[in-house]
Design a protein around this ligand. Sequence first.
Ligand code: SAH
Ligand code: SF4
Ligand code: F3S
Length: 576
Amino acid sequence: MPQRTVYLETFGCQMNELDSELVAGSLRALGYAFTTDASAADVVLYNTCSVREQAEQKVWSRLGELKARKAAHPELVVGVLGCLAERDGVDLIKRMPVVDVMCGPGELDKLPTLLDNAVRTRESIIAGGTIEPDGRPRIRSASQVALQGNTSRRSATLAAAEDSLELLDLSRSVSPTDHGGTAYVRITRGCNKFCTYCVVPFTRGAEIHRPPDHIIDECKRLADAGVIEVTLLGQTVNHYRFEHGAAVTTNGITQPQKGRAFTGAHRADPLRGAGVTTFADLLARIHDEVPAIKRLRFVTSYPRDFGDDVLQVIRDHPRICRYLHVPAQSGSDRMLGVMNRGYEAAEYLDFLDRARAFLDQPELGRPLMISGDFIVGFPSETDEDFRATVALVERARYKNAFIFKYSPRPGTVAYDRMTDDVPEETKRRRNNELLAVQARISDEIAREQVGRTFDIMIEGVSKQQKKRAGASHGQIRKSNAVMLTVGGKDPTHDDASSNGACGDGCSHVHGAPVDTSHISHTDGPSNEPVQLSGRTDGDLIVFIDAPAHDATALIGRILPVRVDRAERLALHASFV
Ligand code: SAH
Ligand code: SF4
Ligand code: F3S
């Protein structure tokens, strides 16, 4: 078979980013090559998100754009992976006949085989000349393949199914050029929370915790390949809990009971150490057993069951970052109830106070930075409910917050049992008001950093620099045509309104992980500095100018800087 070229574009959260990386690794091992130019690809894959309607729309429009090309080149193979594939199932293929392969997130280990079949089948169809006058292969529907699994929440077969998925993570190919110093590592799959608005438990299935030895081994292999920053991934990372002796640990067997009191979570898990690895244990083990990892992060934290044991471990292990992403969703107890979040606003704020008491050390260059998510316009939200959210945001003092207008998702409790009764205009107004409140707070927090010294990890060329370089090359690259910066944004929130420096709406294309093409050594005045962007361990974005001849070598390193000025979340600094 001649070498096939794949274009793989990723939408949605970090979990999808990681899935794409794993899928790309397994396809490379089969001889596929990757391109960042969709028009040059034999196989076009979209790894999709379904969390809000807007996220799905992007995929629909990409698929729409492919119709004409597919008609002209029926040998093109189109695959839809990820959460939209899982949620929409075969309806997706009916609506979009351009799709050949569909594969939910719980079946990605089988994708190489599916794709190989699709490519081969298509070849034989084309070779056999059985093409309809409109250019479509005649046996088209027989060659379309679709795999889903999570929607049924396969409890009986869970262990076996998840074991094979585990192989995908275990077989991760790690090469020194792949990561640019930073990488994601999954600790938990799926989610059992069933917040009433959320599609994730349906698309990603039941909560499964990976064995700690697998996680640590993966971190070691990444560190050996030059990774110095690892972000642990899970929908509710602090619920990580692995019972040794069980082949696979599911939430159903081992999770703290749903009714467990929030305040009770101050205590360490009573079984900690006795055959159970808790989240606190896992953090400490990775920190101690993989010292080459200079920064250990984790997302996303759930506001309940975040024990003091975890806060202590973060405080006592210097390479664990002082950053928590801990979505509140609302400040109104009534809304939190209908959202099925399982905590009240006062408990949430108590947790933030507790976290700050343990971890906020600005005098050591380590202020605790917290970010959050909110949904405005959830069914029945009144102005009074919204005012409670504003009050919580004022109290919480997030470094940034992601604010979403409620989007009804088929299959969820809110979709089935609640009316989307807050008018769009009201949603928009609340969205803008909350953004404005948060923008002021973000600005204040940024200003507090001026004069402080931080270690920052240099992640890549700043967007502004890219625009400049693009302009000087007579073109501005589309933001989605390159991997922007390593970990340079939070892709969970790529359609959020955020006052933060992410949420630019870009998707990621699998290609070179660190794009240095905007550092020009030949064009323009050679001594013109290049603007790089980096992050503090508290996830504050810092811009810094570096001499052009040094810039590439600095990417992926951790260096001390002093903050000279602040522009909202963007801090401008110089090397010390
Ligand atoms: N597991 C994470 C969230 C994952 S989804 C947590 O529980 O915090 C990322 C964010 O998308 C959520 O925090 C929520 O704010 C938003 N979101 C999820 N479903 C949504 C919906 N139906 N409409 C609007 N926003 C939604
Ligand atoms: Fe969705 Fe809630 Fe699970 Fe987060 S915790 S993924 S919001 S169901
Ligand atoms: Fe799925 Fe992540 Fe989106 S879990 S629905 S890709 S936010």
